[in-house]
Design a protein. Structure first.
Length: 444
């Protein structure tokens, strides 16, 4: 049977804005208060997704979330009509209003952790939405994320959906951003590499001192248990706390894997050699560890350019390509490195650049914008077909964006009562386009 690695990209929501909400994420903080362009952001994302579909990849889309999140604002005591809730929150607690308006669900690498059927004991594809407890604005995502995943992968015979982990920092979980599956072929059993930032229940374990470690070992282990993975097919590896303190807030900002390739910065991990030996032992195929040295690319350049937040994909020809943000072309050290990389005799033979700057300015590169789901052809056929990218869906979604999205949004616009009306109108229409049913609270 054929097998694929599908990418499901998050559609950028109508409230995409720069409010500087993510402490530890350098781009989010340094671009706080810029004026955003939600329409351009959504179109950039669609272009990237369509480009991958045109390369012959299985490409889907995941719906964004309803924002402003008036349910959370009401839950914390703001009352009255929608307009009154927004106005009171803007006056009394603007930071909380901002947290309820982020379009952060676009970064679907943080939507969930996914284990393909080849790895799981019951032979189903398992999904656990990430609880994202480290950031207030992201902690309000998992319930709706679960609804959207269930409406997209809506067949119990092939797909198993779990509840997100308990909402406590001991179980801080950021989903696939800290999870890489290594394998020979997508349909063969692989090794699932879980990268965590700290051990929550071991007070003497090393951890970052400046910025938070968003993923805990305890969360990664819980996901591996839920997904019915064998110990022999899991590796748990700690991220280097020093690089978290330099702005590497997720592992996918410092390493990325595909099949038997792990592309990583030499400072990415702790205990690197011993852990790589464990990976080699657990894999039944040769591994290519493609190391980037600090002398080639500094951590600062990696964080600015998102060299490692690239997607490595296997094209239908069997060749691997890197999908990079145009920011990598603009950074001389990184551009020189990528030009050299394709000549080094590794499986990576091409680099393709896409402009996703609207997302990059909030710290989200090409790899943040997608959730990987490896599936065989029966499983692909069981996915909600209306979410799969093709010429017709691309045209329809661009028209939908053109109709509903603003081309400018500032933080002071977030209290505009018209914005929630626009957002709900857009999302209601989107659920009809993607045939998702009622996934949003305002539809229930
Ligand atoms: N690396 C991966 N997989 N994802 C990137 C997520 C970026 C996101 N930015 C934000 O949430 C910024 C929102 C704002 O500031 O308004 C975050 O920090 O969680």
């Amino acid at each position: 049977m054929k097998h694929f690695e599908a990418n499901f990209d998050g559609l950028v929501g109508p409230t995409h804005n720069y409010a500087g909400l993510s402490f530890g994420n350098v781009a989010s903080l340094s671009n706080a208060a810029l004026t955003s362009n939600p329409k351009a952001a959504a179109k950039q994302g669609l272009q990237k997704a369509k480009a991958l579909a045109d390369l012959g990849m299985v490409q889907g889309v995941l719906a964004p979330q309803e924002r402003p999140d008036l349910y959370t604002l009401r839950r914390i005591g703001f009352s009255g009509s929608d307009a009154e809730v927004l106005q009171k929150a803007a006056q009394q607690a603007p930071a909380l209003l901002n947290a309820c308006c982020s379009a952060s669900s676009m970064w679907t690498a943080n939507a969930a952790t996914v284990s393909p059927s080849a790895d799981t004991r019951d032979g189903k594809v398992h999904f656990t939405p990430a609880n994202l407890v480290d950031k207030l604005h992201r902690s309000i995502e998992p319930i709706t994320t679960g609804n959207i995943l269930q409406a997209t992968f809506n067949n119990d015979r092939y797909f198993k959906h779990h509840q997100h982990l308990p909402e406590h920092t001991s179980f801080g979980d950021e989903g696939a951003a800290n999870h890489t599956r290594l394998c020979s072929e997508y349909g063969h059993a692989g090794v699932e590499l879980f990268v965590y930032g700290q051990e929550a229940t071991n007070p003497s374990a090393v951890k970052p001192t400046k910025y938070p470690a968003r993923q805990t070992l305890e969360a990664s282990q819980a996901v591996a248990r839920l997904h019915q993975l064998e110990d022999e097919s899991c590796v748990f590896m700690q991220q280097n706390p020093d690089v978290i303190d330099q702005g590497v807030f997720h592992n996918d900002v410092i390493s990325v894997g595909n099949q038997n390739v792990l592309f990583y910065h030499e400072q990415a991990f702790l205990n690197t050699e011993a852990k790589f030996d464990e990976i080699r032992r657990k894999m039944n195929t040769e591994m290519h560890f493609v190391k980037v040295a600090t002398s080639q690319v500094s951590i600062d350049d990696a964080v600015r350019s998102y060299l490692f937040n690239t997607q490595i994909i296997t094209l239908p020809s069997g060749e691997m390509a890197i999908i990079a943000p145009t920011n990598c072309q603009e950074n001389p050290a990184v551009f020189a490195y990528l030009n050299e990389l394709v000549t080094l005799g590794t499986p990576i033979k091409q680099v393709r650049y896409y402009d996703v700057k609207q997302s990059m300015q909030n710290g989200g590169g090409p790899a943040c914008l997608r959730l990987r789901v490896a599936m065989n052809e029966q499983e692909v056929a069981a996915v909600n077909p209306n979410t799969i990218m093709n010429d017709a869906l691309f045209t329809r979604l661009n028209t939908w964006v053109e109709k509903h999205y603003r081309d400018q949004l500032t933080v002071s616009d977030l209290a505009d009562p018209q914005l929630i009306i626009e957002s709900r109108t857009a999302l209601d229409e989107l659920t009809q386009i993607l045939k998702l049913g009622s996934v949003y609270q305002f539809q229930r």
